[in-house]
Design a binder for this molecule. Structure first.
Ligand code: G3P
Ligand code: MG
Length: 252
């Protein structure tokens, strides 16, 4: 492995969620077409333990299925349409396995922020299996993925299972004791909700060489100001707007 794991200052959220259905192969392709170098995706398990890209605990919002993901076998998941809800142009877009998504990222030369998003109660097995699959498929000659999670148990598993891969501690609010936790997890980054950011807070999160990333930043002026305050990268549904602003161009 070589190079900096943080490949970009602008990271596509769930692929490029404003432009294509989240956590799909079409979303990865769209992100790459927009000039994005790094994407964030969410990984969880089917009932029978296959890691797939999926955000919610339930199928209802983003597929034509219903019910908890944790109760659906991969065979069932593989037949669902995860694109029509977003737009007719994406009809039939499947829920990808993590393995298929990594193959596509490799082809597209996308760097990865792999958010482990366990269904409640499945923290340990989700991290163990998702990381085993990621390690089996991620090309050894590319910078390793950032492994991020809100679930401390997932990061603890990552610390043992993939010690050389950077870990990102996700926070949704200012959390007392976050620094001890980040230290214990040897976190390479703290990934905060954008509303938690100020110049002072960012400097605190970055102390000791840690990176600070912010989600989900969809306003180009806000992104520019966060980056000017010292934020290392922003995670965005519309990375193209932010890339254009940073380059001083009009959005395409
Ligand atoms: O990893 C950043 C962001 O994706 C965390 O929140 O709910 O969009 O997965 P969420
Ligand atoms: Mg996420």
């Amino acid at each position: 492995m070589s190079g900096d794991w943080l490949a970009a200052r602008v990271i596509g959220h769930r692929g490029a969620a404003a432009h294509a259905p989240e956590n799909t192969i079409a979303g990865l392709a769209r992100a790459a077409a927009l000039g994005v170098a790094m994407v964030e995706v969410d990984a969880k398990l089917s009932r029978d333990g296959i890691p797939v890209l999926f955000h919610d605990d339930r199928l209802d919002r983003t597929t034509n299925g219903k019910g908890p993901v944790a109760q659906a076998d991969h065979e069932t998941l593989s037949r669902l349409d995860a694109g029509s809800w977003f737009g007719p142009a994406f009809a039939g877009e499947p829920i990808p396995t993590l393995a298929a998504a990594i193959a596509e990222m490799t082809r597209l030369k996308l760097a990865l922020n792999l958010e482990i998003k366990p269904c409640p109660g499945r923290e340990r097995e989700t991290a163990e299996i998702a990381l085993a699959v990621a390690q089996a498929h991620w090309p050894a000659d590319r910078p390793p993925p950032l492994v991020s999670s809100f679930a401390v148990e997932c990061l603890e598993v990552a610390q043992v299972a993939a010690p050389d891969w950077p870990r990102g501690l996700l926070l949704e609010r200012a959390t007392p004791g976050w620094d001890r936790l980040a230290q214990r997890l040897d976190a390479a980054s703290v990934n905060i909700a954008a509303g938690m950011a100020s110049a002072v807070a960012i400097a605190g999160y970055r102390r000791g060489g840690r990176r600070c990333l912010a989600y989900t930043v969809n306003d180009a002026m806000e992104a520019e100001s966060l980056l000017a305050m010292g934020m290392d990268a922003v995670i965005s549904d519309c990375p193209d707007l932010i890339l254009a602003r940073l380059a001083g161009r009009r959005p395409a």
